[in-house]
Design a protein around this ligand. Structure first.
Ligand code: SAJ
Length: 427
């Protein structure tokens, strides 16, 4: 490969594993991040994010001299930009991190360099990134003006890895590579083939951008369908988990699972990039987002109803004496990531609105986040089952399966308690 040195800009959940995997193939990698603490941590061979096995890969890469982190960009042959693309205001994409990254690397670019945008981006972001770099470096030519003859090659190659399985998926997943010209695509394919065992499928930059947004919107729409079903079934006194399992026995039906609200920083964000670009055309994608966003409030309402029922049956009890245990705070099962977690949001909102204690059970963490209401306490599972009047299952962690909940009042938003009870008449 003719790329001797690669620079990865943004050393977060995508950038750091990508940098480490390149380095594990004995390519010299310079990781760049504005977070000084992250840079220092990585240079010690340690990591500042949670991802299984990443610590070992980073440690080996740093100790072997293949990975080094810095707060300022340095010359390299290929640059990968993996910075956040959140939204702002009325769900408008915020490209300011891409803008800063492209302006930061512009001074060190040289003829023959490749720049790949990995961040999930709205359609047109790769062209915009190229325009920012061209503005900063009028002495170099770029594909938008010089096509195949350009000094700098530019492509979009969206990351598609699942948090928790990043190291395996980085290597095994197919990659969609959208170059601004065919030559840009070819160069990017050569770069990714350093470690990608999946297929590198070539298209243009706009299609690659839309492809990533489509994947996450597909998931969002399908989860919204499951969430809507869960609310319909609740009204009709049907067990939604059983219903979905039965419907999925049809050879062409594959419904996803309802949840208390879609979490993470991807599936709940990316559909808005499509909505924002084509507001006149979107119907289903926007509606799905709204259905999923309303689900946490629906769960909180269910808890309120359950509190009233409990008080009716125990007239001697006062509202502030009712203890609620929330099972799970992470944004999905079997991880410790609390960022953008509907489970955490629901638990905190309950703690704010309920006068009694909220017992949070999250076996994957040792301390609650700093800003949580004072009536919210981290509890172990057994004590919570024993002490709480109402149990609320929010995350389907393995630890929460097969519990003895005999005689307990509970709300199950994931179907691991409720479904079991239907088939076990002796419970
Ligand atoms: N969820 C459900 N029901 C389901 C499946 C998931 O409610 O049947 C919920 C989860 O509980 C969670 C949320 O969806 O709250 C998202 O979880 P996830 O595991 O489906 O996905 P993420 O956000 O961890 O990662 C997604 C992945 N995209 C797709 O599967 C299409 C991943 O491949 C992307 O790389 C990642 O977004 C990203 O970075 O965009």
């Amino acid at each position: 490969m003719h790329y001797q040195t690669i620079s990865v800009i943004g050393l977060g959940y995508i950038g750091l594993p990508t940098a480490a995997v390149f380095a594990s193939r004995r390519v010299k990698v310079i990781g760049v991040d504005v977070n000084k603490l992250a840079v220092e941590t990585i240079n010690r061979g340690e990591i500042h994010i949670v991802e299984p096995d990443l610590d070992k890969v980073v440690q080996e890469a740093v100790n072997g001299g293949y990975l080094r982190a810095s707060t300022t960009p340095e010359p390299a042959d290929a640059f990968l930009i993996a910075v956040p693309t959140p939204f702002k205001g009325d769900h408008e994409p915020d490209l300011s991190y891409i803008e800063s990254a492209s302006k930061a690397i512009a001074p060190v670019l040289k003829k023959g360099d490749l720049v790949v945008l990995e961040s999930t981006s709205p359609v047109g972001a790769t062209e915009q990134m190229a325009a920012w770099m061209a503005e900063a470096r009028p002495d170099l030519s770029f594909p938008q003006t010089d096509g195949e003859a350009s000094d700098i090659r530019i492509a979009h190659c969206p990351e598609r890895v699942l948090p928790g399985q990043v190291l395996r998926e980085l290597v095994e997943n197919d990659r969609v590579i959208g170059g601004m010209t065919p030559k840009c695509s070819d160069e990017a394919v050569a770069l990714y083939k350093t470690f990608v065992e999946g297929e590198c499928v070539v298209t243009n930059a706009r299609t690659a951008e839309m492809c990533k947004l489509t994947e996450n919107s597909f998931r969002d729409v399908n989860i919204a369908f499951a969430n809507e079903l869960s609310m319909i079934c609740d009204k009709l006194d049907i067990n939604v988990w059983e219903l979905i399992q039965l419907a999925n026995r049809h050879p062409r039906v594959n419904i996803l699972q309802p949840d208390p609200g879609v979490g993470g920083h991807c599936i709940a964000v990316d559909p808005w990039f499509i909505v924002n670009k084509t507001p006149e055309q979107v119907k289903i994608i926007k509606c799905a987002r709204i259905v999923n966003e309303l689900k946490p409030a629906w769960v909180i309402d269910k808890v309120r109803t359950e509190i009233s029922e409990h008080l009716k049956q125990n007239p001697q009890m006062k509202d502030h004496e009712v203890k609620i245990a929330c099972f799970g705070l992470a944004f999905k099962a079997n991880i410790d990531d609390l960022r953008e977690s509907p489970a955490l949001a629901i638990t905190c909102q309950l703690a704010e609105s309920h006068t009694g204690s909220i017992l949070a059970v999250e076996p994957h963490i040792e301390n609650l986040p700093a800003i949580t209401p004072s009536n919210l306490m981290l509890y172990d599972m057994e004590s919570a089952i024993l002490e709480a009047d109402i149990l609320l299952l929010l995350v389907d962690h393995n630890q929460f399966r097969n519990l003895n909940l005999k005689g307990k009042r509970f709300i199950d938003t994931r179907g691991i308690w409720q479904f079991k009870n239907i088939h076990k008449s002796n419970d």
